[in-house]
Design a protein around this ligand. Structure first.
Ligand SMILES: Nc1ncnc2c1ncn2[C@@H]1O[C@H](COP(=O)(O)OP(=O)(O)OP(=O)(O)O)[C@@H](O)[C@H]1O
Length: 270
């Protein structure tokens, strides 16, 4: 099982941010987390990545290993789980290429490998993978540019490339298409899919029209609870369930989230 959650509860002060009795995600699954702003999507993703904002109760296994509240993911598990954060977390003073290569550091064997990587001397096979990904991401011409001089969308591509170089078995992507133009967003779904290969992909998705490209299963959260869990298809009942998921938050329009673009909700018919 890629993710196995039982009796999970995460509280912060008086507030319950997550309450999930069971959640299982199988190896290779493509899962989209959807729901209104503040529903707990990013909190769940961070928890799966060992970065919960507060202590939690319950049982959590990620890629078959037990994760403990208050502790970071064990080192070997950190190598197998990649995250594309909302804030991207790139190293600003390094080039796009070096940021991609950082993703591969955990694959360099032993201290000698680490030191070589940190000095910029990566094994030729890894350097070739970075160059191939830069090309795929349309970043070859910007490979040597510092990432703090790149546009938001270019930086987002770098973050996807870095995750790909990690060769993760589980990829957690938090609005990884938020800053991309519509064409690049559609491409990014392919990039994420390729980045994780036969592993599992869990993405927070605001652009519902991307659901069929990004996921085969959609999990809807509201107020920290799973209120929708079903296959992504084009059925009227799913469309209706998604409308209800967002409509139940009268103050929040589903398509006002950061990164929502013109026509982003076209997949959910009016
Ligand atoms: N570190 C924190 N301290 C206090 N509150 C937090 C913290 N992290 C998350 N929250 C709260 O938890 C709730 C869920 O936040 P989360 O970011 O998971 O929502 P989300 O579904 O990802 O929302 P969005 O779609 O707006 O990104 C929010 O009400 C948020 O204010």
């Amino acid at each position: 099982m890629s993710v196995h959650v039982e009796a999970l509860r995460l509280e912060l002060g008086e507030r319950c941010l997550l309450a999930i009795p069971h959640l299982h995600i199988a190896p290779g699954e493509r899962v989209a987390l959807v729901g209104p702003n503040g529903a707990g999507k990013s909190t769940l993703l961070r928890l799966l990545g060992g970065q919960a904002p507060a202590p939690w109760q319950g049982r959590l296994q990620v890629l078959g290993q037990t994760v403990t509240s208050g502790a970071a993911l064990p080192r070997d598990l950190r190598q197998r789980v990649a995250m594309v954060h909302q804030g991207l977390h790139l190293v600003d003073r390094l080039s796009a290429r070096d940021n991609l290569l950082i993703g591969a550091l955990s694959r360099c064997q032993g201290w000698a490998g680490w030191r070589a990587g940190l000095a910029g001397h990566y094994p030729a096979a890894i350097a070739a993978q970075a160059d191939a990904w830069l090309q795929r991401l349309g970043l070859s011409a910007l490979a040597q540019h510092r990432v703090d001089r790149l546009s938001g969308g270019e930086r987002q591509r770098v973050a996807v490339g870095r995750a790909a170089l990690q060769r993760p078995e589980l990829l957690l992507a938090d609005e990884a298409t938020a800053q991309l133009d519509p064409q690049a967003s559609a491409q990014a779904c392919q990039w994420l899919d390729q980045a994780v290969a036969r592993g599992s992909l869990i993405s927070v998705v605001h652009q519902l029209d991307l659901l069929p490209r990004l996921a085969s299963r959609v999990i809807g959260l509201r107020a920290g609870r799973v209120v929708l869990d079903r296959a992504v298809d084009d059925s009227p009942s799913l469309q209706q369930a998604l409308r209800e998921l967002y409509a139940s938050e009268p103050d929040v329009h589903p398509f006002d989230g950061a990164g929502a673009q013109e026509g982003a909700h076209a997949w959910v018919r009016a």
